[in-house]
Design a binder for this molecule. Structure first.
Ligand SMILES: [Zn+2]
Length: 255
C-alpha cells in the first residue's frame, strides 16, 4: 500500500514539507465497550475511515485536506464502572486540543475541523474558548453521526452500538464484528422525568443503570450494505464541506 498523501500518519516529511495544506481534520473517538459484539475502538475505526475518505474526496477536488491521527480516548465519565472504558475528562481534552491547534497554526494551516465520533465528547464550548486564542485558524466542529439522518437507512433507533454503528463496522471492519447472534438486544432505559424525556432538561446517563449490554439500540437488522450506503452519504457531505470551507476566505463565510 502506498502512503495516502491526505493521511498524516502515512505520509512523510518529503511530501509534507512541500504541501500547502488548506485544512486539517482532527478525528476524535473513544475506547469503550460496544455491546457484546463490537470492538472497544469502534468509534476510532469509524473516525479514521470517515476522516480519510472525506479528505480523499476533497483532495480529488483540488483541496489539500489532511487527516490527523484519531485521538482514541473520549469522555466516558458516565461509564467509569464499565471495565476498561478509557475516560479522558473534558478539561484534559481542552489541553490536548489547545496544543494541537497550536501546531496547526504554526504550520500555517488556516482551517481546523474537529471530526467527533463519540456522543460523550462535546467540543463546542472548548472551541468557543480556544477561538480567540488562535486568530489565524478558523475552528469548527462536525459530529459525524449527525451529518445524515438515519431514516431511510435503519429500522431501529439507538445511539450506541446500535443498528447504524454495527452496519458501519460490518462495512469497514467486518473481521472485528462478532456474529449478530452474539449481540445483546441493546435495550435501554431513559431518565423518566418529563423534562428529560422532552429534551429541555439534561443529565448525564449512568451507563450501567441505562443499559444491559452497554449498547443502546437493537443491532439485529444491521447489514454491511446499509453501512456502506450510510457512509457514502456521510463522507460525501463531509468531503464537500471541506471543499467549501477551503474555497471561501474566512471573511466570506457569512451571507
Ligand atoms: Zn460508538
Amino acid at each position: 500500500m502506498s502512503p495516502r498523501p491526505y493521511v498524516l500518519a502515512e505520509t512523510n516529511w518529503k511530501a509534507v514539507q512541500q504541501t500547502d495544506y488548506q485544512v486539517a481534520v482532527l478525528p476524535w473517538g473513544a475506547t469503550e465497550a460496544h455491546n457484546y459484539h463490537m470492538p472497544y475502538a469502534t468509534d476510532n475505526y469509524q473516525c479514521d475511515y470517515i476522516a480519510a475518505e472525506a479528505c480523499r474526496q476533497a483532495w480529488e477536488q483540488g483541496v489539500k485536506a489532511v487527516a490527523l491521527p484519531t485521538i482514541p480516548f473520549g469522555v466516558n465519565t458516565g461509564q467509569l464502572d464499565i471495565k476498561l472504558d478509557l475516560n479522558l475528562n473534558p478539561s484534559t481534552q481542552l489541553i490536548i486540543l489547545r496544543d494541537l491547534i497550536d501546531v496547526v497554526q504554526r504550520a500555517g494551516i488556516s482551517r481546523f475541523v474537529v471530526l467527533n465520533g463519540h456522543g460523550g465528547n462535546d467540543f463546542k464550548q472548548m472551541l468557543r474558548e480556544l477561538q480567540p486564542q488562535f486568530p489565524d485558524v478558523f475552528l469548527c466542529l462536525i459530529n459525524w453521526f449527525k451529518v445524515e439522518p438515519r431514516d431511510g437507512y435503519f429500522q431501529h433507533p439507538g445511539d450506541h452500538a446500535d443498528e447504524m454503528e454495527t452496519s458501519v463496522m460490518m462495512h469497514i471492519q467486518p473481521d472485528l464484528v462478532l456474529d449478530l447472534s452474539e449481540a445483546g438486544s441493546g435495550a435501554f432505559k431513559t431518565l423518566k422525568l418529563e423534562g428529560f424525556r422532552k429534551g429541555w432538561a439534561w443529565a448525564q446517563r449512568e451507563w450501567s443503570k441505562a443499559t444491559v449490554d452497554t449498547g443502546t439500540g437493537n443491532p439485529a437488522e444491521a447489514t454491511a450494505d446499509k453501512g456502506r450506503r450510510y457512509l457514502e452519504a456521510v463522507t460525501q457531505h463531509v468531503g464537500r464541506f471541506l471543499v467549501e470551507l477551503s474555497r471561501h476566505s474566512v471573511d466570506e463565510l457569512y451571507g
